[in-house]
Design a protein around this ligand. Structure first.
Ligand SMILES: *[C@@H]1O[C@H](CO)[C@@H](O)[C@H](O)[C@H]1NC(C)=O
Ligand SMILES: *[C@@H]1O[C@H](CO)[C@@H](O)[C@H](O)[C@H]1NC(C)=O
Ligand SMILES: *[C@@H]1O[C@H](CO)[C@@H](O)[C@H](O)[C@H]1NC(C)=O
Ligand SMILES: *[C@@H]1O[C@H](CO)[C@@H](O)[C@H](O)[C@H]1NC(C)=O
Ligand SMILES: *[C@@H]1O[C@H](CO)[C@@H](O)[C@H](O)[C@H]1NC(C)=O
Ligand SMILES: *[C@@H]1O[C@H](CO)[C@@H](O)[C@H](O)[C@H]1NC(C)=O
Ligand SMILES: *[C@@H]1O[C@H](CO)[C@@H](O)[C@H](O)[C@H]1NC(C)=O
Ligand SMILES: *[C@@H]1O[C@H](CO)[C@@H](O)[C@H](O)[C@H]1NC(C)=O
Ligand SMILES: *[C@@H]1O[C@H](CO)[C@@H](O)[C@H](O)[C@H]1NC(C)=O
Length: 463
C-alpha cells in the first residue's frame, strides 16, 4: 500500500480497504451458474453467483450479470440474432473467472414462443434447439440442457424465485407465509400460489423445500401473453372494409396498417383468419378512444362461459382454487401498472379510474410508446378480475413490483442444480465472510487502541 504523494506520512486507508476486500473475496470462493431465458420476444442471459461453502442455503444466490440479446426470440432466429447471442455470451464469459468456467453449469429454457412453434412445426423447433445445444456445448462451461420447459414448470419456478428472493424460505421453525406469483410474458401468462393443504386437483403440485411441503396451484395460459392476446383482440374486430377497422382501445387520431399475417399468422389466431383474404393483405386499424367498448372487446377474448355455474374456475373451464394471500405481479403486469402510474399496491377503484382516463385520451395526449396502454390495462384488469377473480377486497394484496431479479430462471437453476434441498437445515445464523472479517478487524482495532491509550496514560503519568 503506497502512501499518497501529497501526504507521504498519512496512511492510505482506501487502498488498504481494497486489498482487504480482495483478500476476503479470495478467501471465499464463488460458484457460478448461467441460465438463458429464451422468451417469445427476446432471450435474456442471467449469470448467478453464490459462495461455494453455502451452496444449499437459502438467499445466498445473487444475480451478478445479465445480458439482453437484441432481436427476436429464438423461435425466429436469424443471422443477426445469432451474432447478438454470441456477443452476450462473450460478455458473460468474461465475467466468470477462468478457473471457475468449467465448473459453471449452463442451461437454456425456452418458453411459450417455442411451445407455439413446437405446436406448429415440431421439426423446425427441434432444429433450433439442436443448433443451440451445439453452440452452448462449445462454450467453456459445463453444459446441462437446452429444452422447452412446460408452462407448469415456468409457473412453479417463478413462484420459487419470488419466495427465495423475498426470504420466505428463511424461516426455519415455522412454515413461512409465501407469496403468490403472477407473471405476464409475451406469449403466455402464469399464476402460482400456495393453496390450502387439503386442496387437490389437476394443477396442484406438492413441493418440499427446506423441510416443508407446499401445495402449489400453478397454471399457464398459452396465447394469453400480452402480445398474443393483443393479436387475439385484433382478430376479434370484424369489418366489411379492411382499410378501415375501428379499434376502441387505440387512441383517436392514431391508425396503424399491418399485414393480415401479422394478425392471423399466429397459432393463437389462425382459426379466426378470414378464408378469402391472403396473408399479404393490408389491414388498417383506426383508433377510437372508447373505454366502454374497449372493455367489452377485451372481455370477448376470454372464454368465461365454460366456467359458468362452476365453482373455483378461472376461464376456459380451468380449475382454480380461490386466490389467497399476497401476490407479486411482475414482468408485463408491472410494465402495465407503471404506464398507468399505479405500480406497487393500490385499490381496484384507482386502477379502474386511471384505466378509464387513459382510454379516453386521444393520440396527442397519450405518449408515443403508450399506444397500447389502454388495451394492456383492460387486458390486465380482465385477466385479474374476471379470470383469476380478484375483487376490490383483495386487489390491494397485489404488488405490481419491478424487481429486476424476478424471473423464472433463478428458480429453474436452483431446482435443476439441486440447490434447494427438501430436508430441513439446521438453524444457523448466517454471518457473511466479509462481515465476519470486518467484525474481527474492528474488535482487534479496539483492543489495540485501548492498549495504546493505556501506555500513553502510563507514560504521561511517569514523566
Ligand atoms: C448440497 O446438497 C447436495 C444434495 O443434497 C449435496 O450433495 C451437497 O454436498 C450439498 N452441498 C453443500 C455445500 O452442502
Ligand atoms: C477445470 O479447469 C481446471 C484448470 O482451469 C483444471 O485443473 C480442472 O481439472 C478442470 N476440471 C474439469 C472437470 O475439467
Ligand atoms: C433436458 O430437459 C428436458 C426437459 O426438461 C428433460 O426431459 C431432459 O431429460 C433433460 N436432459 C438432461 C440431459 O438433463
Ligand atoms: C374503406 O375505408 C376507406 C378509408 O376510410 C375509404 O376511403 C373507403 O371508401 C372505404 N371503402 C368502402 C367500400 O367503404
Ligand atoms: C391514418 O392517419 C393518417 C395520418 O396519420 C391519415 O392521413 C389517414 O387518413 C388516416 N387513415 C384513416 C383510415 O383514418
Ligand atoms: C400494403 O402496404 C404496403 C405499404 O404500407 C404496400 O407496399 C403493399 O403493396 C400493400 N399490400 C397490398 C396487398 O396492398
Ligand atoms: C371451492 O373452493 C372452496 C375453498 O377452497 C372449497 O371450500 C370448495 O369446496 C371448492 N368447491 C369445489 C366445487 O371444488
Ligand atoms: C404518470 O405520471 C407522469 C409524471 O408523474 C405523467 O407524466 C404521466 O402522464 C402519468 N401517466 C398517466 C397515465 O397518468
Ligand atoms: C371498475 O369498472 C367496471 C366497469 O368498467 C365496473 O364494473 C366495476 O364495478 C368497477 N370496479 C370498481 C372496484 O370500481
Amino acid at each position: 500500500c503506497k502512501s499518497t504523494e501529497d501526504n507521504p506520512i498519512k496512511f492510505n486507508w482506501k487502498c488498504c480497504l481494497v486489498i482487504l476486500k480482495m483478500l476476503c473475496v479470495r478467501a471465499a470462493p464463488k460458484l457460478y451458474g448461467i441460465v438463458l431465458d429464451a422468451g417469445s420476444s427476446r432471450t435474456t442471459v442471467y449469470l448467478y453467483q453464490w459462495p461455494a461453502e453455502k451452496e444449499n442455503n437459502t438467499g445466498v444466490v445473487t444475480q451478478t450479470n445479465m445480458c439482453q440479446v437484441k432481436g427476436p426470440g429464438i423461435s425466429e432466429m436469424n443471422k443477426e440474432s445469432w451474432k447478438n447471442l454470441m456477443k452476450c455470451m462473450g460478455i458473460i464469459t468474461e465475467t466468470v473467472p477462468l478457473s471457475q468456467r468449467n465448473s459453471t453449469s449452463i442451461f437454456l429454457g425456452a418458453t411459450a414462443g417455442m411451445r407455439l412453434l413446437h405446436q406448429k412445426n415440431e421439426a423446425a423447433a427441434n432444429i433450433i434447439l439442436v443448433a443451440l445445444q451445439e453452440y452452448l456445448h462449445s462454450l467453456p462451461f459445463d453444459f446441462q440442457n437446452a429444452s422447452i420447459i412446460s408452462g407448469q414448470e415456468e409457473g412453479l419456478y417463478g413462484w420459487i424465485t419470488v419466495n427465495y428472493l423475498m426470504g420466505n424460505f428463511l424461516e426455519v421453525r415455522l412454515r413461512a407465509r409465501t407469496q403468490g406469483s403472477l407473471d405476464l410474458g409475451g406469449a403466455s401468462t402464469q399464476i402460482a400460489f400456495a393453496a390450502p393443504d387439503n386442496t387437490r386437483g389437476k394443477d396442484l403440485v406438492q413441493v418440499a423445500l427446506y423441510g416443508y411441503e407446499y401445495n402449489i396451484y400453478t397454471h399457464s395460459f398459452l396465447c394469453y401473453g400480452k402480445n398474443e392476446a393483443e393479436k387475439k383482440v385484433l382478430a376479434e374486430l370484424k369489418s366489411s372494409n379492411w382499410s378501415h377497422i375501428n379499434h376502441p382501445c387505440y387512441p383517436a387520431g392514431y391508425n396503424i396498417t399491418m399485414k393480415a399475417s401479422d394478425v392471423f399468422g399466429s397459432e393463437c389466431t389462425k382459426s379466426q383468419a378470414p378464408a378469402q383474404n391472403g396473408p399479404e393483405r393490408n389491414i388498417t386499424f383506426v383508433g377510437q378512444s372508447d373505454p366502454a367498448m374497449c372493455k367489452r372487446l377485451v372481455r370477448r377474448i376470454f372464454d368465461l362461459n365454460s366456467c359458468h355455474g362452476k365453482e373455483n374456475c378461472s376461464f376456459e373451464g380451468v380449475y382454480q382454487p380461490p386466490v389467497t394471500g399476497d401476490f407479486m405481479a411482475y414482468a408485463g403486469f408491472y410494465h402495465t401498472a407503471k404506464a398507468l402510474n399505479v405500480s406497487g399496491s393500490n385499490s381496484l377503484e384507482k386502477f379502474n379510474a386511471t384505466m378509464r382516463s387513459v382510454c379516453s385520451m386521444d393520440w396527442k395526449t397519450v405518449k408515443v410508446h403508450l399506444k397500447s396502454v389502454c388495451y394492456s390495462a383492460n387486458y390486465v384488469h380482465t385477466l385479474l378480475v374476471d379470470g383469476y377473480k380478484f375483487n376490490s377486497d383483495n386487489w390491494e394484496n397485489l404488488n405490481f413490483k419491478k424487481e429486476v431479479h424476478i424471473a423464472w430462471s433463478l428458480g429453474y437453476m436452483l431446482a435443476q442444480s439441486n440447490m434447494i434441498p427438501a430436508e430441513a437445515k439446521l438453524l444457523k445464523l448466517p454471518i457473511p465472510n466479509i462481515a465476519f472479517a470486518a467484525l474481527l478487524f474492528i474488535l482487534s482495532a479496539l483492543i489495540i487502541i485501548t492498549f495504546m491509550f493505556l501506555i500513553i496514560t502510563l507514560v504521561r503519568f511517569c514523566y
